[in-house]
Design a protein around this ligand. Sequence first.
Ligand SMILES: *[C@@H]1O[C@H](CO)[C@@H](O)[C@H](O)[C@H]1NC(C)=O
Ligand SMILES: *[C@@H]1O[C@H](CO)[C@@H](O)[C@H](O)[C@H]1NC(C)=O
Length: 628
Amino acid sequence: MAKFLVVLLIFYVFLAFAQDETQFIYNGFQGSNLHLDGLAVIDSNNRLRLTNTTIKQQSGHAFYPKPLKFNETNSSFSTSFIFVMYPDVPGHGGHGIAFVITPSMNFKQAVPAEYLGIFNISNNGLSSNHIFAVELDTVQNAVFNDIDGNHVGIDINGLRSNASSSAGYYDDTARINKTLQLTSGKPMQVWIDFEAKTKVINVSIAPLKNSKPRWSWSHVGLAPEFDLSKLPSVPNFVQKGKMSAVFIVLLVVLCLLVVFVAGIGYVIWRKMFEELEESWEKEYHVYRLSYKDLYKATKGFRDSELLGSGGFGKVYRGVLPINQNQVAVKRISHDSRQGMREFVAEIVSMRRLRHRNLVQLLGYCRRKGELLLVYEYMPNGSLDKFLFRNHNSKSLLPWTQRLDVIKGVASALLYLHEEWEQLVLHRDVKASNVLLDGDMNARLGDFGLARLYDHDTNPRSTHVVGTVGYLAPELSITGKPTTATDVFAFGTFILEVACGRRPLGLHDPAREDFLLVDWVFESWKKGTIQETSDPKLEGDYVSEEMELVLKLGLHCSHPNPEARPSMRQVVQFLRSETKMPDIPPDFYLERNDLIDESWGASSSVVSSSFVVSNATLFSNNSVIHSGR
Ligand SMILES: *[C@@H]1O[C@H](CO)[C@@H](O)[C@H](O)[C@H]1NC(C)=O
Ligand SMILES: *[C@@H]1O[C@H](CO)[C@@H](O)[C@H](O)[C@H]1NC(C)=O
């Protein structure tokens, strides 16, 4: 009886066989004389490949080409092969692989898939087949009474196995039975031994590199052992199969992560650019700028864009994305919502203020606890830098420009006090609030902002707003700003410009009690008022103009608000339209009396109610003076 040896279906096989007459071993198949049909190929890596994942529902066969002699006395055999099965998609592979001893190499009529390329519906189970097979079956098929979808079976003439067992092995080291997943893509070894005398057939399976399981029987001869070092590598795409599963899982995890991060990002983004807009703000909508635009404009309020920080908050330079206009963005933290409505209304109405010596407000934005005001950008920054910066002569402002600045600020204040449709008090006139545009024109900024603090305060306390040294003395008693308190600050301001000195000696420990106004007044009394002019000007000024400004500064700083000129008068004096009265000789006396009076009258109020403690400094200084 001549039979052929056939290995069917799915992937990679390495084969060894031993029988009394015939013995052979394939440590790889390159150059072998195997008879191939169907999809079977020998690849360049020395491997026999039985199927092809791109062509479904077909089989491949590989036969040892020479017939083997089997008869009553010569039918024992021992064989072994190593195989790898990997499904295209995990869990969705072919039906399995079979080792076959058959009388014919012609399997053209055999059906792939559940028939494993060995039988078909009409010949399955017929004793005339004379076929012995060991199936490594990866699909459970009820028609053939398969025990599961991962088993080894011994088939005689048909697919209904005579014996079968779930794929598994005994792990010697762990001393337990372990399951083997046939389609795991890992190489496994199969041993098939038949002893004719006892008519016992033994099939074993184990992961590669596990030694053959031992059993007690004697037989003719065992199949030669593989030289594992000669075995071709496990196909790369085995890894790929596994990889793709891992990859898919990773990809899904990654996608979820991206979605998650994007979600968080979106929430943060929303939060980051969240604005506050209440229903009453609808009518101001046109003046609103989006926080996102302001954020972009200022490069995220980066420190490099910081122009300065003052009492009301930080100011950043920016370029509006909508029109590429340069702007200054003032960021004011403001926790109180109380009074916000009035304030915003006022701010927005101020947007309509137009004067060549005012910094134009362009719009606003509101967020939780924060108000952002957008102004024209003033390329030359604030005046105080020109006055007090450690000078190189270039940055020095010549007298003509100083006079222009003074006139400009005066006309801006006149506009706020008298010429606009409603009275606007500035409340914080000082050199650092005067900005210089590209043509070095003075522009008064920050008007109206002081109002913001009014709404904040406990009505029982006197909240003095402004800057130490510029606060009119009556403010510390009444707490009530008036046009006259603006004029007082203006007086201090013009003395600052003319003398090139700060109003108080606060920053100079040696002259802590220095008061600019008193100094100028004393000099005036001595007839040396011109000596108070800024030494950095080196006398390069028109002395009539200098004297006018210094005296005007004294007038405006008069301790009695009623004795101060109005802004209209100030402008007229500056234009020499009206002759300025002389300083009354009792100016100083009157001043001290007044402060004494006010101090004495309201000392209890003073001690209990000042919110801006700095404001008391001015009064204290005055008291010290009056005590002399
Ligand atoms: C599988 O079949 C396709 C189509 O015939 C062929 O291009 C490919 O080379 C085959 N793959 C292998 C590994 O033989
Ligand atoms: C099944 O296979 C046998 C033997 O190869 C063949 O004679 C028969 O025609 C086949 N039957 C069908 C239905 O293909």
